[in-house]
Write a protein that binds this ligand. Structure first.
Ligand SMILES: CC(C)(COP(=O)(O)OP(=O)(O)OC[C@H]1O[C@@H](n2cnc3c(N)ncnc32)[C@H](O)[C@@H]1OP(=O)(O)O)[C@@H](O)C(=O)NCCC(=O)NCCS
Length: 260
């Protein structure tokens, strides 16, 4: 599916949802149906969520739109995150659900805007967005962190991703995950998470350690050293408890939006 096809699906779903639930008809109208593009609806929602008494939605909306339109791959990457969430979360039946209701998805897209601001030397506004995401969504991602596409942050609550973290494509991250420093290092001090990794609920990964491709980290584990590709680790401190194999535990299905 292309990003445009995802947007068309969102519109069709939303029309049906508005008819089926009259109480939310005006909500569906203002969030989706009155917009002419995926970027417009997303920018509008993020701006409404993240504005406050001092920074009006209108100001944030134009920044969000500018960021989302800054390069062509931005909207395709956003669509890949949305597809990843629908494909991997069995509770997610519609493309419109993460866009309207999932704070993990929305926080990840707000991070993309803050990262764009950060790389364009607009650090203060980037930090404002980080801070508002933390307050509103309970997700705290430093704008300098590097996060790929096809990433799912499920539930979102309590996720913390530090400044020098790198998260590759097609990673799944559950609530309460910390990618943090040990407190003993400076500079490049945060984890590097390779493609296809599953970071289970409330796992804590500390230091500049590498979580190898397609690895699984068990719920509640504390990881303090490198995790080999294709292994499952669990416990405190985490130890190898099995093999996760060659395929991605984060993504059992093909959600590649370019497959057509
Ligand atoms: C790690 C995990 C992915 C399972 O991987 P798996 O390869 O299927 O591992 P198994 O279930 O076969 O367990 C292997 C061993 O690790 C242990 N183990 C598994 N998960 C563990 C965890 N989180 N903490 C401590 N030990 C754990 C098992 O007890 C088992 O030990 P044993 O060999 O002594 O019996 C899973 O246990 C897990 O943590 N899932 C969390 C998913 C999640 O975050 N869900 C939130 C949805 S809201």
């Amino acid at each position: 599916m292309t990003a445009d096809e995802v947007w068309q699906a969102i519109r069709e779903e939303t029309k049906k949802r508005a008819e089926a639930e009259p109480v939310l008809a005006s909500f569906f109208h203002t969030t989706v149906l009155e917009h002419d593009s995926f970027s417009s609806t997303l920018a509008n929602q993020l701006a409404n969520d993240l504005s406050n008494a001092s920074v009006q939605p209108m100001m944030l909306r134009s920044v969000m739109k500018e960021a989302i339109k800054s390069k062509a791959e931005m909207i395709t990457n956003i669509a890949e995150d949305l597809i990843a969430t629908k494909e991997r979360d069995p509770a997610c039946k519609y493309f419109s659900t993460p866009l309207l209701f999932y704070k993990g998805f929305k926080a990840l897209q707000a991070y993309k805007v803050s990262h764009w601001l950060w790389t364009n030397e607009r650090h203060t506004l980037a930090l404002f967005i980080q801070s508002r995401c933390s307050e509103v969504y309970g997700v705290d991602i430093h704008p300098a962190a590097q996060i790929g596409k096809g990433v799912m942050i499920d539930h979102g609550t309590g996720v913390v991703i530090g400044e020098t973290s790198v998260v590759d494509d097609n990673v799944s991250i559950f609530q309460g995950v910390t990618l943090g420093g040990t407190g003993k290092e400076t500079g490049d001090r945060h984890p590097k998470v390779k493609e296809g990794v599953l970071l289970s609920a409330a796992c804590t990964i500390l230091g500049n350690v590498e979580i190898g491709k397609n690895a699984k980290v068990g719920a509640g584990s504390v990881v303090l050293s490198d995790v080999k590709e294709g292994t499952t680790v669990a416990g405190v401190p985490a130890k190898e408890v099995g093999k996760s194999g060659k395929t991605s535990p984060a993504d059992e299905v093909d959600h590649n939006i370019y497959k057509n």
